[in-house]
Design a protein around this ligand. Structure first.
Ligand code: MG
Length: 242
């Protein structure tokens, strides 16, 4: 995967080179690895610590504010930037990049086989995350699948205004970076109901990953609800090798 970090563009060949292929966008966290890894919980702890230290809050207040921002904005950091003039890059270093991922995420041959079974002569594989690029790349590298993707669209913490899923502009950005112009050529899987709903509304074919232990939304999100990524073979057979 070739990524040019200087201008925020990421593309396997050159920025915005158009593709006639379908593009399959994969969310990363709690999607390419299971929720049972508890990385979200690790992250929550680091975020609570961050809130306590940098906003001088009690543990309870820190947790409450963190949860409120998460609910309101989908990202804790969005609240920090909007209301507290926090430097997102410093936050990223102390939260996402400080996670002990090497102890938790190991290469996953079954996942690799699944993704390899997608017909890459017809389908471009693209990562699409609300995390920053350093975290996203670290996760896929530890899973042993980084080489299968042609690029990554991520939440650019260095930007003046944070843009993330499920904002329609974020789906537009992902399409631009992946070089695809037709929404009907876009496939997507994400464990977030909000993101799957946003993708479907944008015209993409969206699968919402809800693991067996997870709570399904009252109203189904996206076009398909799946319990494991293996089910992508059933719901999107057209992207897999015959
Ligand atoms: Mg996710």
């Amino acid at each position: 995967m070739v990524v040019n970090q200087t201008n925020g563009e990421s593309n396997g060949v050159s920025p915005r080179q158009p593709t006639s292929k379908k593009v399959f966008f994969f969310d990363i966290d709690n999607c390419l690895y299971p929720k049972s890894y508890k990385i979200h919980e690790h992250m929550s702890e680091l975020i609570d610590n961050y809130f306590q230290t940098h906003l001088a809050l009690s543990k309870e207040d820190a947790t409450e504010l963190h949860q409120r921002y998460y609910k309101d904005y989908g990202l804790a950091i969005e609240g920090l930037v909007r209301h507290h003039q926090i430097d997102p890059m410093a936050y990223n270093r102390l939260v996402d990049d400080a996670l002990p991922l090497e102890d938790i995420i190991k290469p996953n041959p079954k996942l690799r086989k699944l993704i390899e079974d997608i017909d890459r002569s017809k389908v471009k594989l693209w990562l699409f995350t609300n995390a920053y690029i350093t975290h996203g790349k670290r996760v896929v590298s530890l899973l042993g699948i980084e080489d299968l993707f042609e690029g990554i669209t991520y939440c650019d913490y260095a930007a003046e205004k944070l843009l993330c899923k499920p904002s329609p502009a974020m789906y537009a950005k992902a399409m631009r970076e992946a070089g695809v112009a037709d929404v009907t050529q876009c496939y997507f899987v994400d464990d977030s109901a909000l993101n799957a709903t946003g993708a479907k509304a944008y015209g993409w074919k969206a699968a919402h990953l809800v693991e067996a232990e997870a709570k399904a939304p009252a109203k189904p999100a996206g076009d398909y609800q799946i319990q494991s990524l293996e089910e992508l073979r059933d719901v999107f057979p057209e992207v897999f090798k015959a």
